[in-house]
Design a protein around this ligand. Sequence first.
Ligand code: NAP
Length: 348
Amino acid sequence: MDTLALEATQPKKAQNGAGPGVPGPPTPAKRKPAKKTKKAVVFFEVEILDAKTKDKLCFLDKVEPNATIGEIKSMFHKSHPQWYPARQSIRLDPKGKSLKDEDVLQHLPVGTTATFYFRDLGAQISWVTVFLTEYAGPLLIYLMFYFRVPFIYAPKYDFTTSKHWVVHLACMCHSFHYVKRLLETLFVHRFSHGTMPLRNIFKNCTYYWGFAAWMAYYINHPLYTPPIYGEQQIRLALTVFLFCQIGNFSIHIALRNLRPPGSKTRKIPYPTKNPFTWIFLLVSCPNYTYELGSWLGFTLMTQCLPVAFFTLVGFIQMTVWAKGKHRSYLKEFRDYPTLRSPILPFIL
Ligand SMILES: NC(=O)c1ccc[n+]([C@@H]2O[C@H](COP(=O)([O-])OP(=O)(O)OC[C@H]3O[C@@H](n4cnc5c(N)ncnc54)[C@H](OP(=O)(O)O)[C@@H]3O)[C@@H](O)[C@H]2O)c1
């Protein structure tokens, strides 16, 4: 059985020079030096049950009270090598939330015989790999359509007139957006989770790659029609797009600066000297607000229905996440600013 190594001591009775029933103070000369009383360590017993079947999977004897869930996962891993720590979800309740790796045994609402429930999260993949795959895909797929690789459009369009300049601009903006995201993933974000279930990557890639192909097909189509209000509309759209890209980047930098390297701490984000972050006064997740703005700009620029649809779906998804993050800020921080909305100031 795996346990954490720790020296246990029992409290020793204090001794003095006088025998029982002998009144009066002890003679100092005869008194033995008092031994230091060591505090008893109450070890825990931890049993881990399968969250679905309730079968006992593991029993850990003499676990230190200050052992973390992360350490318990490592001990469990030794007896079940197929379930490495990143794919374990340890819970207090079979259907409850996963405990954090930093949670300490003695601070959890359990007795000295603690029961935890285990769920297998499935094979894991690192977040960086996930993001790189998710974002490199749209970048390359879009470019395939832009350069009109053979067999995408019918041969009858081979000799159509050259592309409208907005098509080149859209390609630059789309590529810029995903290159920015790739670079931010590598050099800016400080993620708190190391991994994600492998199966999610298929879902996420279908979403990002599929939409990129759908949008690129229409924007780069030989019969693409440029925006109805021409240059004025394109200029306005480009301004909105660039403004929101800078805003999104500024928020990512502000979030990065909240977390010291190597830590997982979460703090309340506040406006900084950078005016693009002042939106924190009104919104909990302004990076999503700016992301929405960027895609609205791109929709206006291309005047293309699949882009509008992608913007709408992204907005719904980010609203769900922003509401969740906003709720957890309110729960975690008592002094959380009350004026803030999750994603849209005063509205949503
Ligand atoms: N178009 C779309 O459909 C779409 C959808 C989603 C995202 N995106 C884009 O992808 C970007 C990243 O998305 P995301 O969902 O990962 O954003 P996020 O949850 O806001 O996180 C961005 C980074 O900041 C950290 N962070 C967030 N709040 C923090 C706090 N209070 N204290 C310290 N660190 C904090 C996060 O760490 P954790 O690892 O702890 O979360 C993460 O590393 C978005 O800003 C957006 O531009 C686009």
